[in-house]
Design a protein around this ligand. Structure first.
Ligand code: UTP
Length: 296
């Protein structure tokens, strides 16, 4: 079977309650890190990894997200007339080719697994990447590219993983490790948000490459489920059924932009990484810290 991955699912149908009241009218994925919305970081990462088809699972109130990818002819021609070629270039980098982008509606927020399942007909019988836009990753090469390169070696299903302190494991899906091969680990189980006795400190974060059989597992879960449908359960079923699931310890720094503290940390890190901002911004941060210390 070919190990090419050309499609990615972006589940963006969540309610984003942790960012209320902002998310009352602004989709979380449109919120801005420095000068680009979260969704742009995710799209850039997918493009760098060779993704050609972008499938968004959206919901009510996400119109601004769909508009974001439209060509803005008026704006483009006024920038062109004004000779603002650098801005024109930035604007054009947000354009998507016709037919490269598809929107599917998740009618009810029934969980991440359900959101992924909603895209099944667009995915067909091939491996697909899943990117959670909340998890913004600073890494070179970008995280999904690292994963696709590792997947060429391993096949199966692959999740991005990182070490977290033991007391934080209860906030993540956690891998039960069968074999540790360095950057890649083979999983023998996966537990969603373990309250106690986590099987390891390897947390799963928002990047996945799913074998086609994961969609079949989601189909079964869909039929049996009352509440939320977890992607973790469908991946854990792969292991139960004797198929390979791997975790990749990616190189890079992940920010949980679904939380306020994570979003602020990302703003600082991405601000400091920008040539045009870093001097002024780091001076400001140093002043703030000095004032805080003086006040203590
Ligand atoms: P979160 O757990 O962060 O939920 O979802 P959320 O609704 O976005 O945010 P809070 O917790 O209310 O603040 C993780 C990812 O899964 C998607 C979300 O859009 C987000 O990208 N998701 C979650 C769906 O697409 N559908 C769902 O039913 C649930």
């Amino acid at each position: 079977m070919s190990r090419k991955v050309t499609k990615a699912i972006f589940p963006v149908a969540g309610l984003g309650t942790r960012f209320l009241p902002a998310t009352k009218s602004v989709p979380k994925e449109i919120m801005t890190l420095v000068d680009r919305p979260l969704i742009q970081y995710a799209i850039d990462e997918a493009r760098a990894a060779g993704i050609e088809e972008f499938i968004f699972v959206t919901s009510r109130g996400k119109g601004a997200l769909e508009d974001y990818f439209d060509h803005s002819h008026e704006l483009e021609s006024s920038l062109k007339k004004a000779g603002k070629n650098d801005l024109l270039e930035i604007l054009r980098s947000t354009n998507m080719d016709s037919g490269a982008i598809a929107y599917i509606r998740q009618h009810k927020a029934l969980g991440l697994g359900h959101a992924v399942w909603c895209a099944r007909r667009l995915v067909g019988d091939e491996a697909v990447a899943v990117i959670l836009t909340d998890d913004v990753i600073m890494g070179e090469p970008p995280c999904l590219q690292q994963m696709i390169e590792a997947y060429q070696e391993t096949g199966g299903t692959m999740v991005a993983t990182m070490e977290v302190p033991a007391e934080k494991t209860k906030s993540y899906g956690v891998l039960d490790v069968a074999e540790d091969m360095g950057a890649i680990v083979r999983a023998k189980g996966m537990v969603e948000k373990p309250k106690e006795n986590p099987p390891s400190n390897l947390a799963v974060i928002g990047r996945y490459i799913l074998a086609p059989t994961v969609m079949e597992n989601l189909n079964k879960l869909k039929q049996g489920a009352g509440g939320e449908i977890q992607l973790t359960d469908a991946i854990a079923d792969e292991i139960e059924e004797g198929r390979d699931v791997f975790g990749l310890r990616f190189r890079g720094q992940r920010f949980d932009c679904g939380s306020k503290a994570g979003f602020l940390q990302a703003t600082v890190a991405f601000g400091l990484a920008r040539d045009e901002l870093k001097d002024e911004f780091s001076e400001y941060l140093a002043d703030v810290m000095a004032m805080r210390r003086a006040a203590e």
